[in-house]
Design a protein around this ligand. Structure first.
Ligand code: M6R
Length: 599
């Protein structure tokens, strides 16, 4: 996701900015740019792809002495990852970088175009710089012009702006997107969208509150409505990248709330679903779907199988990629072949995709890594926008995959007329609520931590659930075994009596997913059967269950998918806390790799 840096000082400015951006690389990006101001002149450089491309472009440029600069890494949302869409965006004499989304940019753009402003990019951000220059024509004080600009923006933003009319000055504003300002004893000032670029550079930092607006010069820091509060900055770079969390996995679990909003941005509207990635005729002639993936991505596919059939009334078939490859599958050209992969490099999934292409099927990838092999091969891709996932055990990538698939099932439902407008709107209303659910679900972290001490032994775990909660049970079991090395299986709750119940005793731990909105009584009966055989039961449910030995109470919701996302977080936290107690390396579990590029 996007990153911002800024600098005022006497050291070489370009290097400060690029080094700062490098610390934000882990967030993921597809283009980068800087604007450097010195002696009343601004030079700007942008490049698509990695920071090394930007370095190459700027290799003969350097500064000497006092100046200011702003920099940005962009993860495309509005408009493709091109140089024109990369930040900084320029007006006649000013440059801006921005994180977030300007919701009313279309209205502002239209107004500016009527004033004769020409736009170069497809982004929402570009309106900021033109609006600023329009406001600057109307008043003599540039900070007033900046304030008047920011007042007109709806949405979320962290903004830095430099203008030739105010040498060695950076204007800043923050609402809904993080922004930090740092300073040191050498009189240097730094901006960044997270701690990492400031570590080792700034001595103290101020975390801006929402609504903060101001400007800095080499000897002034002006902020409104309240002064900034500086606190000492400590820590090393590794801790900073983890944002204070013990493990990347923990950080990524906590990020799910944020990244889910990114996944939905511009796609989940109030009464419609929109994918700019899917062309008008792309789905013509499609009457069935085949989904193919591995591991956690396969579980996302399995969950979506229920959604596609229930909501879009389209037949679906889900395959494990390593099985699909050698089964001599029968493939018809009316099938849309969807592959799901976090990394985009999984060898089995890639090969399955190749086979589908060779058979002449239309192919769609759901992937987190742009320009990966799978993305390059598929006819089209929907990026999940989870940001880089470092923990080997997938968390936020899974959450965003499921979200994209739910969105896609609604997209099909609309196209196929299997749901009416009102029903779609209702579903969208629930979708909009997901980030909140993910945030609230973190409230049980403490409880998971305490409970984890009771689940460090035994001869195995069964995660059980029905319907979409069956794939979620599979995913809970996979998370636990990956990082705790304890034996765990996911099973359909109704299937236990056909064999696995023979294992039931006090040392068999049953983690029961018991949502209230879907087959509650059926699941309850299945759990009762296990309880009667003395299995130790941990129920995860919004309803107390008296036969459970332990329970984690979830919030009541009116939609199964909201219960799904809440229980997903509980499973992730529980697995992580058990693994931590066992002393395991949660981020790099033994024998596993983040990207499985071998068969
Ligand atoms: O990158 P992919 O989504 O294609 O990877 C597939 C599996 O290797 C992956 O999901 C694996 O199961 C993870 N370690 C799950 O946490």
């Amino acid at each position: 996701m996007c990153g911002i840096v800024g600098y005022i000082g006497k050291r070489e400015i370009k290097s400060r900015l690029i080094e700062g951006l490098r610390e934000l690389e882990y967030r993921g990006y597809d283009s980068a740019g800087i604007a450097v101001m010195q002696n009343g002149r601004i030079d700007s450089f942008k490049a698509v792809g990695k920071l090394s491309n930007l370095e190459e472009k700027t290799k003969s440029f350097s500064t000497d002495g006092l100046g200011a600069g702003i920099g940005h890494t962009r993860w495309a949302t509005h408009g493709k990852p091109t140089e024109l869409n990369a930040h900084p965006h320029m007006g006649e004499y000013s440059y801006v970088v921005h994180n977030g989304i300007i919701e009313n940019y279309r209205e502002i753009k239209q107004m500016l175009q009527e004033e004769g402003v020409a736009f170069l990019s497809q982004t929402d951000t570009e309106v900021i710089v033109h609006l600023f220059e329009l406001e600057a024509q109307r008043r003599s004080d540039l900070f007033d012009a900046f304030k008047a600009t920011i007042e007109q923006l709806d949405g979320a933003y962290a903004v830095l702006l430099v203008t030739q009319k105010a040498p060695d000055t950076i204007f800043f504003a923050r609402k809904g997107s993080p922004m930090i300002i740092g300073r040191n004893d050498e009189g240097e000032l730094f901006f960044a969208s997270s701690d990492a670029p400031l570590i080792g550079e700034a001595k103290e930092v101020a975390y801006m509150e929402d609504g903060t607006i101001g400007y800095v010069t080499p000897d002034t820091i002006h902020a409104e409505p309240e002064n900034l509060v500086f606190v000492p900055l400590s820590g090393d770079k590794a801790t900073a990248q983890k944002g204070g969390y013990r493990f990347f996995m923990e950080k990524e679990i906590y990020e799910q709330y944020d990244v889910m909003s990114d996944t939905m941005m511009g796609r989940v509207l109030d009464s419609d679903i929109f994918f700019e990635e899917i062309g008008d005729s792309f789905l013509d002639g499609i009457t069935r779907i085949k989904l193919c993936a591995c591991g956690t991505s396969y579980h996302a596919a399995l969950a979506s199988g229920y959604l596609f059939e229930r909501l879009s009334k389209i037949p679906v078939n889900v395959e494990i990629a390593s099985e699909f490859r050698y089964k001599e599958p029968l493939l018809g050209s009316d099938t849309l072949f969807i592959v799901i992969s976090q990394s985009g490099e999984t060898a089995d999934t890639l090969e399955a995709l190749r086979m589908a292409k060779e058979a002449g099927l239309k192919t769609l990838a759901i992937c987190n890594v742009d320009n990966s092999s799978i993305v390059r091969l598929a006819d089209t891709t929907i990026l999940t926008r989870a940001g880089i996932e470092k923990g080997v055990a997938s968390t936020k990538a899974f959450a965003t995959q499921v979200m994209v698939l739910w969105m896609l099932s609604l997209y099909f439902a609309k196209r196929r007329g299997s749901m009416d407008t009102e029903a779609i709107k209702e579903e969208l209303r629930f979708m909009h609520y997901v980030p909140k659910v993910l945030q609230k679900s973190l409230e049980v972290h403490e409880k998971c931590k305490r409970l984890s001490k009771r689940y460090l032994h035994g001869h195995g775990f069964f995660f059980i659930g029905r319907d979409i909660f069956f794939p979620l049970a599979l995913e809970g079991a996979l998370k636990l075994k990956e990082i705790s090395y304890l034996h765990a299986e996911g099973y359909p709750a109704g299937e236990m009596k056909h064999g696995p119940i023979a294992l039931a005793d006090a040392e068999l731990f049953t983690i029961a997913l018991m949502p209230k909105t879907l087959l509650y009584d059926k699941t309850k009966s299945n759990v009762e059967e296990l309880s009667a055989r003395d299995s130790t039961i941990l129920s995860i449910s919004p309803e107390m269950f008296d036969l459970a030995d332990d329970f984690i109470l979830t919030h009541p919701h009116n939609h199964p998918m909201l219960e799904f996302f809440e229980m997903m977080v509980v499973e992730q936290l529980l697995a992580m806390e058990i693994a931590i107690r066992l002393g395991n390396d949660v981020d790099m579990p033994r024998n596993l790799a983040k990207s499985v590029t071998v068969e």
